[in-house]
Design a protein around this ligand. Structure first.
Ligand code: SF4
Ligand code: SF4
Length: 378
């Protein structure tokens, strides 16, 4: 028996919040239905087959159900366990893609090949966003001309330098200006989220172990911060890391850190997308809003229903484009009606997915990039 699954009292309070149940009205595609399936697989009442794998695989792992569950069922870890039971029946393409993307040495040549694909294919559009320049950090940065107030570890992840080099640069600038030393250990790598979600628990554990070793060698850290909320949701609460993980926005929004930063005014209108991983798992949405409030005159408008997935869900937009487009549509309509100058979102797959469907002409940024642009440097 899986004790976490037994915590589910089948009350159904999560159903109205579940995007896949909302799209289909099918109980099997609800949190409660998926938990019942995992229990049946675990008890040997059902054998793993393609149908069961499809039911578990179509879950977006948005963890909205976990956030609203009165019995505190840890749905994310339960779903990773369920997918490990049906791994052999998951689509080969998904298993391959999660393994290839989690190897930084392979993801760059893969992105190069992907650029040859037509832009009509989701993987081709994703590859088109990949930077061809390497982000090559030093292992330690120190604030100039002053005593450091502490040291943080910056988690770059497997795709950070490929898709998010400007966000990593912005994180460095803001942390250094706030007076922190920034360690970027060379031995770190993929967080393992994609592998865990593809049922490969063993490799996900090995990847986390490599990160533990890398950050343990980085000296005394106050926190390990990450820039992508999808990775952050997997790192969060990992007991094996030498110090707790925090989303970079949550760290920078701490009172004592914020007080050291000053920003120039900006009169642009910003639509703020708060990713489900930020709201449901990291619970750091207020931190993003507090940081944006620090820029005088900025017109900030939140979009979407808080905690509800936009459909991007890691690589789900590539694997299940129709489902992803249906979930994205209300957000795109909201953005197009608002006509903001910028849309900010702290997860790269959400930014790519939303920008892909949006005809408003708005620019898409991580909130940190906007903050770094407006920062008054000392
Ligand atoms: S997961 Fe939680 S909210 Fe959903 S049916 Fe089970 S106990 Fe109720
Ligand atoms: S994680 Fe999201 S998609 Fe999956 S069952 Fe829960 S609410 Fe539904």
């Amino acid at each position: 028996m899986i004790p976490e699954a037994a915590q589910c009292v089948k009350c159904g309070l999560c159903l109205a919040e579940c995007p896949t149940y909302g799209l289909t009205g099918n109980e099997a595609l609800s949190p409660r239905g998926r938990i019942a399936l995992i229990q049946a697989l675990d008890a040997g009442q059902l054998c793993p087959d393609r149908h069961g794998a499809e039911i578990l695989d179509s879950c977006l792992l948005c963890r909205r159900c976990e956030a609203v569950c009165p019995s505190a069922v840890p749905f994310g870890s339960l779903m990773d366990r369920g997918r490990s039971m049906v791994r052999a029946k998951l689509p080969l393409g998904e298993r391959l893609l999660s393994t290839l993307l989690s190897r930084p040495g392979l993801s760059r040549p893969l992105a190069g090949l992907g650029k040859l694909l037509p832009r009509a294919v989701p993987a081709g559009r994703l590859a088109a966003q990949a930077s061809s320049a390497h982000w090559k950090p030093r292992t330690l940065y120190r604030p100039e001309g002053r005593e450091a107030v502490g040291r943080v570890g910056l988690f770059t992840g497997c795709t950070g330098s490929l898709l998010d080099a400007e966000v990593l640069d912005a994180a460095l600038v803001l942390l250094l200006q706030a007076g922190y030393e920034v360690a970027v250990p060379a031995g770190q790598g993929c967080c393992g989220a994609l592998e865990a979600h593809a049922g490969n628990e063993g490799r996900a554990r090995r990847l986390m172990e490599a990160n533990r070793e890398a950050f343990e060698g980085a000296g005394h850290l106050e926190a390990i911060v990450s820039i992508a909320t999808g990775c952050g949701a997997h790192l969060h609460g990992q007991a094996s890391l030498p110090v707790p993980h925090e989303d970079i926005c949550e760290f920078l929004a701490r009172e004592d850190v914020l007080a050291r930063l000053r920003f120039r005014p900006s009169r642009v209108t910003v639509a703020v997308h708060l990713p489900c991983s930020l709201v449901n798992v990291l619970k750091a949405e207020q931190a993003v809003l507090r940081l944006l409030e620090r820029v005088p005159d900025l017109r900030v408008r939140e979009i979407g229903r808080r905690g509800v997935c936009c459909g991007a869900a890691g690589i789900a937009a590539i694997l299940r484009p129709r489902q992803a487009q249906r979930l994205r549509q209300p957000l795109v309509e909201e953005i197009e009606a608002m006509q903001p100058d910028l849309v900010v979102s702290s997860n790269p797959s959400c930014r790519l997915h939303l920008a892909d469907g949006d005809g408003s002409g708005a620019g898409y940024l991580h909130p940190l990039v906007l903050l770094a642009q407006q920062l008054i440097r000392e």
